[in-house]
Design a protein around this ligand. Sequence first.
Ligand code: 13P
Length: 322
Amino acid sequence: MEAIVYPPYNNCEPKPLTDVQKRILEVKKERNAVILAHNYVCREIQEVADYVGDSLGLSREAKNTDADVIAFAGVDFMAETAKILNPEKTVVLPDHAAGCSLEELCEPMELALFKKKHPDAIVISYINCSAGVKELSDIICTSGNALDIVKQIPADRKIIFCPDQHLGSWIVEQTGRDMILWNGYCWAHTKYQADDLVALKKAFNGAPVVSHPECPKPVRDVSDCVCSTEKMIKFCREHPSDKFIIATVVEMIHRFQREIPDKTFIAARSSRGLAQHCRNMLMNTPEKLLACLENLSPEIKLSKEQMDAARRPIEKMLEMSK
Ligand code: 13P
């Protein structure tokens, strides 16, 4: 299998803005909108966004923005979080169908029944879940603060951690504390293979392997650093190596190339030799971003009761991860 190598940024010159990108910037100004984009969206959207980052950074930006409109280039649970933190603002996303496998694998009704079996447990939910699951949770976390949040919970409290079993088991390994794990998983991150990472590391003279905690344990075990997408940027910037093997959604490499232009990034592969994309994040196209800014649709709409209930665990997360 051939390695998928992303050369230094200098070798892949930035392109001039397209007409659609230029129009996005104009309409954004007319609407007094802010564009928040996750690290996994396509390069063309990353280039016109006001902020590109991980789920934690995006939640903080959403809370602090004074724009009238938030255009969220990401998936529905991220846009919902922005709306819950800003009920008075218009929050639009390019494609309402952009969801998340983790969200689909944890239905609010199932969680409500599960909670009844463990009435004394505190529920910590990964932000990759629906507003309905957030309502039923005590604290939300992201991959960037999950470890820190769990460490703040008294040792004698029982914890239900949902919906990502891999992020949950990584925290169990790191903290040594027992948690009741939901069995959800991310469709893209579970495709990486430990053997592939070992082979790539050998082929690239011991280049550090950087993986996301949504990866299964065998992948995490052969990684030099397991962290959120934002922390990956810091790790690769500060590490003396000039090459890194990256086990997360491949669009993330645009950010590496923009911010760390003198280093090389090698994408980890599935058993079919493919780099991994997030099919939901790819539903965000520049054309759909422009249309949602122009039409202010699709818009996130949630009831006041649901937003009030779901805001509590999100605010708790923000308080606990200052
Ligand atoms: P972070 O960007 O917060 O690390 O999370 C990525 C993600 O949602 C993977 O599914």
